[in-house]
Design a protein. Structure first.
Length: 359
């Protein structure tokens, strides 16, 4: 901006100078013509008429460069030059009279050019400051706009760390509390330790899948009967459902589909664990497998309609009702895309959610 302002100033300065010089040459040319005409016609010429101006100062000189008359005094004039530049003005020397009326040189000084330059400098500085402030304001809001995703991501990351700490702390605390009496563990304590350990295992699997993309495990899609895979997982969730006195009803038909076993288990477990986690005490969960569709329907808290479109986003949580850190349904989304499975969600607030997977 400074370079542009400087170049603009130099360009305008040159234009002002050329314009001032042209006007001065026109004035002095007119005076010279009148002097020559008066001398050739033998008429007298009132030289004072040329001095009645506030814009210019004019003086007339003889052959020996002596001042004849004029109001340009006390100036160090070099008659060998056409233009003499001073700090605050410049003087133009004209020699077109050729000695008529004994005038050999006309010197004319301009009194406006440098005032115009000073005004131009002020205008450029004001314009520069205005543009600078305007660009700064635009830059500030653009910076905020561009940094907003980073700020939001940082907030989500902070929340994720807090939620992860909470998710791991709960089962670890359960294990430590249940294992206080090492010699006399009751069946209830053993069961509690097992559930807590399984929860930690699920958290670990989800984290490795979402962040490491489970690169240590190579997918091995095979044709499986999804009914068998679901039944094997329902045994694990029975204890979790029993803790909240939730009744799980299953109606499963033989359905064969080509998929990696671990991917399907992770897909199913994330949906069913949400159905348990966000369900009400003594609620119900229906698990239906038929016509190449898997339906998991709960009687939980439901999801607001405006939030359904965002629930597959990583770290997004539609409610603070229970623990979690917003990656379960993102895993579901990734697996569905990988195997061309179509997920559909229907939900009503405080009534429940119906999750459908179409194979």
């Amino acid at each position: 901006m400074i370079l542009i302002a400087f170049l603009y100033y130099q360009n305008e300065k040159k234009l002002y100078f050329d314009l001032a010089q042209t006007k001065m040459r026109n004035v002095v040319s007119n005076i010279s013509s009148q002097i020559i005409f008066a001398h050739m016609s033998g008429n007298s010429l009132d030289m004072n008429q040329f001095l009645k101006t506030d814009i210019y100062q004019i003086s007339f000189y003889d052959k020996n460069k002596n001042l004849l008359y004029g109001n340009l005094k006390d100036e160090n004039i070099d008659f060998s030059k056409n233009i003499i530049m001073h700090e605050k003005n410049f003087i133009l020397i004209d020699k077109s009279t050729y000695g008529h009326l004994n005038i050999y040189y006309i010197a004319i000084k301009e009194n406006v050019f440098f005032n115009r330059l000073s005004a131009l400098q002020k205008e450029i500085v004001i314009l520069f400051l205005f543009i600078y402030i305007f660009i700064s304001i635009i830059g500030f809001f653009l910076a905020r706009l561009f940094l907003k995703p980073i700020k939001d991501e940082r907030t989500r990351l902070n929340n994720f760390i807090k939620d992860t700490t909470h998710e791991l702390n709960t089962p670890i605390s359960a294990i430590l509390m249940s294992a206080e009496d090492e010699e006399n563990l009751s069946s209830k304590q053993v069961k509690r330790i097992k559930l807590a350990a399984q929860r930690i295992s699920e958290v670990y699997k989800d984290l490795t899948f979402i962040f490491l993309e489970d690169k240590q495990n190579i997918s091995n899609p095979k044709e499986y009967n999804l009914k068998d895979l679901i039944e094997s997982q329902l045994k694990y969730f029975e204890a979790l459902a029993l803790k909240k006195k939730i009744t799980m009803n299953s109606s499963l038909e033989n359905t064969f589909y080509t998929i990696d076993e671990n991917d399907f288990i992770r897909l199913f477990n994330n949906i069913l664990s949400n159905a348990i986690k966000y369900n009400k005490q003594k609620g119900n969960i229906d698990i239906i497998l038929k016509n190449n569709s898997l339906i998991i329907k709960d009687t939980g808290i439901g999801i607001e309609k405006s939030k359904i479109k965002d629930i597959f986003n990583r770290y997004y949580r539609a409610t603070e009702f229970s623990g979690g850190f917003g990656i379960g349904l993102n895993i579901v989304h990734n697996i569905c895309e990988k195997y061309s499975i179509k997920p559909t969600i229907e939900s009503k607030l405080n009534e429940g959610t119906r999750f459908t997977l179409t194979f």
